[in-house]
Write a protein that binds this ligand. Structure first.
Ligand SMILES: Cc1cc2nc3c(=O)[nH]c(=O)nc-3n(C[C@H](O)[C@H](O)[C@H](O)COP(=O)(O)OP(=O)(O)OC[C@H]3O[C@@H](n4cnc5c(N)ncnc54)[C@H](O)[C@@H]3O)c2cc1C
Length: 388
């Protein structure tokens, strides 16, 4: 019996038809042969332009994991979820851009989202990926302290300026800004930049939040080091703590380029550091904001227990739980019933743009041991309960 087993709460926002759709979808993507074939097909450039294919995606996997084509459509979904105490973080998930004009466009989108968050209590954070503001190769070069050409220097200053203006806007409008974590080879430069923003804007409370991936074996030490710095200099740290999403890619690159893998030796080590990071934060709660981004029931239950032991109220605005839209509703909605702060990442965008995100969700639900089985088991239980 887990804290998150109540399926009536878990699926209270879903009609019978929506629940049936989710059931068939998880059955489908639970089949690894089908998912692998689908992945190959959907990566073909013309695939999403075939009208029948587009309609099928829209009615199934897109509907399950995406909030809509536009931010306005996303807000409507966010309002629905908020009726049940579940907040949303609109995630403009464009990936792989290379042009300065595209990076500037993302910055403008962030400004729009900050305004939306300011005016809608159901949106507690605005999030971006560092590489949505500039080329990954540049982050890598800066992280390695390599000399930049004049053009690169200019492009790097543009990235800095996008970071800076978005963080300042968040600070001035009192809207939390979350920065996602990506591949290790670009992360040093992004961390330095985000820490600079924290020093500047987290003077009274955590407004700027960075992300720590606990599948890296060096992140717990890094967090402790940042704590000492923040404590010495007197600013607040905001951290989303996740396990990490790029494990296969990280390991493959380390092998290929012959350097030691930055990833933990096994899952148990990632779990251990994840849970120890939660412990460290609650033990130093006066300095931290925490957003536990996880679908792991044990880690979520541990955080509840730690918050209780350290007299942290469920409604404390510096403590958040987070899951992805369309996944682990049992955790999100049961947490909401217990009055904890909980926010779903709610991606939005046209089908073509969000396809890489959808493919990752399908693969994750196929490859993460037990994830699909758990979703299916819960949906089955709820469908039976409703028939009674
Ligand atoms: C709200 C939210 C925001 C997120 N933001 C980010 C982000 O900014 N950056 C990012 O990288 N990810 C992000 N993620 C994804 C996250 O990092 C995980 O990939 C995902 O949540 C699965 O981990 P888990 O804790 O939910 O569950 P679990 O199922 O308990 O853990 C699965 C994870 O454990 C780790 N793992 C699995 N096998 C091994 C192994 N053999 N050795 C070592 N480690 C292993 C991997 O990280 C894997 O993803 C986010 C997730 C959520 C819910």
């Amino acid at each position: 019996m887990s804290l998150f087993d109540n399926t009536q709460y878990a699926f209270e926002s879903k009609s019978d038809a929506e629940l049936q759709r989710a059931y068939y979808l998880f059955k489908l993507i639970g089949n690894s042969t089908l998912t692998n074939l689908g992945t190959v097909f959907f990566k073909l450039p013309f695939a999403v332009h075939i009208p029948f294919v587009k309609t099928s995606i829209r009615g199934t996997i897109y509907k399950q994991f995406v909030g809509g084509e536009t931010a306005e459509q996303g807000v409507q979904v966010a309002k629905q979820l908020y009726k049940y105490g579940v907040s949303s973080i609109l995630d403009y998930s464009v990936e792989g851009q290379t042009e300065e004009a595209d990076f500037d466009h993302v910055k403008d989108v962030m400004f729009g989202l900050i305004d939306m968050a300011k005016n809608n209590p159901e949106i507690p954070f605005v999030v971006f990926k560092p590489t949505a503001f500039g080329r990954i190769a540049l982050f890598e070069k800066v992280g390695k302290k390599e000399t930049l050409t004049a053009d690169e220097e200019k492009a790097w200053q543009n990235i800095r300026s996008r970071f800076e203006t978005v963080c300042r806007e968040g600070f001035e409008k009192d809207v939390n800004i979350m920065v996602d974590a990506e591949e290790t080879w670009m992360q040093d430069a992004a961390d330095e930049l985000t820490d600079e923003m924290m020093v500047k804007y987290n003077v009274k409370r955590p407004v700027i939040w960075n992300t720590l991936q606990m599948y890296r074996h060096d992140r717990l030490e890094y967090m402790k080091k940042m704590y000492e710095k923040a404590d010495r200099e007197g600013y607040f740290l905001g951290y989303k703590i996740v396990r990490g999403a790029y494990m296969e890619k990280e390991r493959a690159r380390a092998l290929e380029e012959n350097y030691p893998s930055p990833i933990q030796p096994n899952k148990a080590a990632s779990d251990r550091d994840y849970d120890n990071a939660l412990r460290f934060v609650v033990e130093h709660k006066e300095r931290f904001g925490l957003f536990a981004g996880s679908h792991n029931e044990d880690s979520c239950a541990l955080l509840i227990q730690l918050m209780q032991e350290h007299n942290i109220q469920p409604s404390d605005r510096n403590f958040w739980f987070g899951q992805l839209y369309g996944m682990s509703d049992n955790i999100s909605f049961n947490l909401a019933h217990m009055k904890y702060n909980i926010a779903k990442y709610l991606p939005y965008g046209p089908i073509k743009e969000v396809m890489p995100y959808l493919i990752r969700r399908a693969q994750e639900n196929t490859s993460v041991a037990g994830q699909t089985g758990r979703e299916l088991g819960l949906i089955e239980k709820e469908l039976k309960r409703r028939k009674k």
